[in-house]
Design a protein around this ligand. Structure first.
Ligand code: CTP
Length: 399
């Protein structure tokens, strides 16, 4: 997403400047070509040399420096940027932008650019809550500037409250969102993720190794592309992506209920969850005591949620997953047909770099007309992007 993009990282003065160093590292790692512009105050906290070393490029600090002006110039920077990120953005910087003031390289460049501007504010809580600041923020948001909500916590000034710079990872995600195509705007997408947990008694359960990472990545990317996303998640430690309506469930029966509740009004369902196929025939009300040498648990079949959606389908686009350990294509093709799907994502979970609890996946997309697409090993977020490209294409074909 950020590969090859030109990003201007504007750093203004505040204790959070050191976090902008980490943000620069993340942006560079994601493949972006990052140019750093620092205000005079920012240089009081961290020297330009730190940013220069990490970005491998001179840091721009001075509006009237002839060399910098010739090499990059504020207009050239403003023109070339695909995105401006202001992090940390002080109340002063935001105030100046809102008033149209351009008295240093950063404010001049921001004013001269037509690229989207992402602002990550950081300031004292009282400053953040000051109606003057709030008015400036609201005004800029109305003009189309993307403004993040600061994080809460203990601030450097000794106060507790809202005003901390959002985490660099969160700023990175937001930058990806700003630059994403909005080709899923107006579409409602329901994603399931994670395992389900079938209780044996109040302290034990039957489950599987699914981490939920694939489904959470799909939900996050779908949201970035403008979709209205509901994420029905089995038990995982993952945090719900910003802007996604997350419904946490435990068992397959609860997942079924949550999925069916929203199905009628949904355009696309992507079932990345690893639903337990069986549940306990009888869940014990009290903790089962150890007595006999062996123990037999009687299991009964869970409803197949996706097959049910396939039967009830009225124009929704249905995408399933098939995690297999053998005969990948045959099993996936069978599921595609049997569950009346529009697409299935097949992966061999025994391959290194694929499957549960890793950050990458190796998948194939299968379609009802017999087409098979093979993708290389890539991050789960990249798989999510490819998958949603295909989903967006299928939605367009239908209209
Ligand atoms: N699925 C579902 N409900 C179930 C089982 C599976 O909705 N009770 C969905 C999964 O979310 C996935 C697809 O069906 O999208 C395939 O799941 P998988 O476990 O691979 O297939 P099963 O149909 O359960 O077949 P098997 O366990 O025999 O491989």
């Amino acid at each position: 997403m950020l590969q090859g993009k030109t990003i201007v990282l504007g750093v203004s003065g505040g204790i959070a400047v050191y976090k902008a160093v980490e943000l620069l590292r993340l942006l560079t790692k994601a493949g972006a070509d990052v140019h750093v512009v620092m205000t005079k105050n920012a240089q009081e906290f961290v020297t330009p040399l730190t940013f220069q070393t990490l970005s491998g490029k001179p840091v721009h600090t001075d509006l009237f420096n002839l060399y910098q002006e010739q090499e990059i110039g504020h207009i050239s920077l403003a023109d070339r940027a695909d995105l401006f990120i202001l992090a940390p953005a002080t109340a002063n910087l935001i105030g100046k932008i809102a008033q149209g003031l351009a008295d240093d390289l950063l404010t001049t460049s921001v004013m001269a650019t037509t690229a989207p501007v992402l602002i990550a504010p950081a300031m004292n809580t009282n400053m953040y809550e000051n109606p003057i600041y709030q008015r400036n923020e609201k005004y800029l948001a109305e003009l189309g500037y993307h403004i993040m909500t600061p994080a809460s916590g203990a601030l450097a000034c000794g106060w507790e409250g809202k005003g901390k710079l959002p985490a660099p990872e969160a700023i990175l995600t937001e930058a990806q969102a700003v630059l994403s195509p909005k080709d899923l705007t107006g579409r409602s997408i329901l994603v399931t993720a994670g395992p389900t947990r079938e209780e044996i008694d109040p302290v034990r359960y039957v489950s599987n190794y699914s981490s939920g990472k694939m489904g959470f990545a799909i939900a996050e990317v779908a949201r970035q592309r403008g979709a209205e996303v509901t994420l029905v998640a089995g038990p995982t430690n993952l945090e719900a992506p910003a802007g996604v309506c997350c419904v946490r469930v435990g068992s397959a029966a609860q997942m079924r209920e949550a999925v069916l509740a929203g199905y009628e009004d949904t355009d696309v369902v992507i079932k990345a969850a690893a639903v337990a196929d069986y549940r306990l025939a009888e869940r014990a009300d009290q903790k089962i005591k150890k007595s006999a040498e062996t123990m037999i648990l009687e299991l009964e079949k869970n409803p197949d949620i996706l097959a049910e959606l396939g039967r009830l389908k009225e124009g929704q686009l249905l995408v399933g997953f098939a995690a297999e350990t053998e005969n990948l294509l045959a099993h996936a093709q069978d599921k595609l047909q049997r569950k009346n799907l529009d697409m299935i994502v097949a992966n061999d979970v025994t391959r290194p770099g694929a499957g549960f609890d890793v950050d990458t996946n190796i998948v194939r997309f299968l379609y009802p007309d017999g087409r098979i697409e093979e993708l290389a090993e890539m991050s789960k977020h990249q798989v999510a992007r490819h998958l949603l490209d295909r989903v967006a294409g299928l939605l367009v074909d239908r209209t």
